[in-house]
Ligand binder design. Sequence first.
Ligand SMILES: [Zn+2]
Length: 287
Amino acid sequence: MPELPEVEVTRISLADRLNDARVLSARLGKPLRWPLGIAPESLAGRRAGLLQRRGKYLWLPLRGGVAPGDGPVAAGPDDAGGLLLHLGMSGSLNLADAPGPAGAHDHFELATSRGVLRLTDPRRFGAVVWSPGLQADPAARLLAKLGAEPFDAALTPLAFHAALHGRRTTVKAALLAGDIVVGAGNIYVSEALHRAAIDPRTRCNQLSRPRCERLLAALRLTLARAIELGGTTLRDFRDAHGMSGAFQNEAQVYGREGDTCSRCGGTIRRIVQAQRSTYFCGGCQRR
Ligand SMILES: [Zn+2]
């Protein structure tokens, strides 16, 4: 499943090329998670702004546009509107000059002056939704419950500790929930907890402030490294250049049950928490 690093890698690979592109047409395939919410033909003539990311959502501002029978609609900051995109369980976005005919799993296509942006999503849990703005519904509603961005300076160690301290769940569950900090999916939580030497079964309210500080730093390092390496290739994630990520080669615990811990020589274990696999070292990760 694409996690924050994969979505960020996608954003980085597309943002410059899509910026200022003019929309020529849009095409829908089979239904995605939610309906588009606007007639695809009404996207023609709009101009793309800078692609942004919030959590695992991408936001493509599309300014202006042509109202039927009228002249061009004046483009201003208030009439931006745009597309909120989510890669779901299996989605990937690709921008190509001549991508060839759409395949069975290509369910959204935006033809632009800079190439064809195509969403390929075999499992169709992904989404492309029109919203009149980021602060307007449906975007505002979909983004409302997201926690802080992991690299946001406002997420201080103090704020992170305060948020965790109010929870009685395990630290792994609290991070996976995404309402304290976004983007910490299963792989990256496992890796960050190993880096911070914290047992994933530890209750949040038992984590001291220094340990929370270490965990936040570990999470940032883990996510930054994953973005730098182009994400993690699980099943068939590809960024918009068709490259696959290399983070899995550096994973210390994830998918390494039975291996030796690089830090303490202990054995990597796998347990199941809330129906998800958790990998950790029984030697150096403490409660
Ligand atoms: Zn260890």
